[in-house]
Ligand binder design. Sequence first.
Ligand code: SF4
Length: 410
Amino acid sequence: MKDDISQSNDKEPPGRRLQLLKEFHSAGRGFWHDVSNSDWNDWHWQLKHRITTPEQLQRLMPSLTPEEFAGAKLANTKLALAITPYFFNLIDPADENCPIRRQVIPRVEETHTASWEMSDPCGEDSHSPVPGLVHRYPDRVLFLVTDRCAAYCRYCTRSRLVSNATGYDFHPEFDKQIEYIAQHPEIRDVLLSGGDPLLLSDDKLESLLSRLRAIPHVEFLRIGSRIPTFLPQRITPELCAMLRKFHPLFVSIHSNHPRELTTEVREAVGRLADAGIPLGNQSVLLKHVNDDVTVMKALVQKLLMCRVKPYYLYQCDLITGSAHLRVSVSKGLEIMEQLRGHTTGYAVPQYVIDAPGGGGKVPINPQYVLCRNAGRVLIRNYEGKIFEYPEAEDGTPLCKPKEIKEPELI
Ligand code: SF4
């Protein structure tokens, strides 16, 4: 892992850097070299041995900065500190701006709150008809199953409730959630999220999925999970065999940097794909993590190599204490501009802003339609060339399709 980290710095020529970032490596054993294979590969062992205190963190990583140590000390008042040993091994202790480190190690800046930041930036609580259920869009619901995760992302939109550090009273009642869905025939799609649904035992998850599958109007089930990248050991053959009974079932994983896509993750998501589960990835645009075209290109291309379709790229929500991780929308658009047309269409995620206060996801795209009137649409391609596409309501175009040179356009 270390070689990969040191070679993929931004001083490399872009092509070489892209190739280095796309290489698959194992997370290795690091400090846990004397742990048996059976323990290391046991997801319960990984959970039990998570790093959860500032002292543990400092012992394992003496290069912890004062900002990080102060952040770790305060973390449990906002969002708990927890990192699996597996994921900890991906951190480069020599790099203060390590993209893995920034995602899971708290910083004191988390306690700074800008006036526009919110504890519930997506307005989920105001769209919650019963505890643990968010019904924001007409035909689908978000079903929150737990407030626990394998590790905690420092930019988490649901940090008000996950890990229960703030004392949020989160008590999902599956009976009430399922009853609401059964009583609303317009709900055809249920997304299980949390916290992380894959932290439930196989039996508990199977029971929940069976009850949802028994509702005739539920056509489609989804699970949103960060487990494949935080704890790939959880993706056991038994879990995959159970999940495949509930098709159509999709899984959205969450990764932000190509280094998270290790050989362990490739094998774990491969098991899900072999069980016939379509896989998508959600990323959050984060400062010094993936606000770089080469990094993002490596991530999306590597996801395809893992049989995962890049699905959404989120503008970081206005969650309290996240300003140090937020990137401008202009930067996001610049990255999208460098993906569309420059790599496989399947590799291009949809960039979205979850409209503050509960407006839902709004797609954000570079400007490709330059103007549109009754007779034509002027469009721009990925190379900046401009074309005219004729259109007319009765199907008779008023002009012929053509490329337009700039002087003519002016
Ligand atoms: S895994 Fe998901 S729910 Fe859990 S802390 Fe990360 S973003 Fe939040």
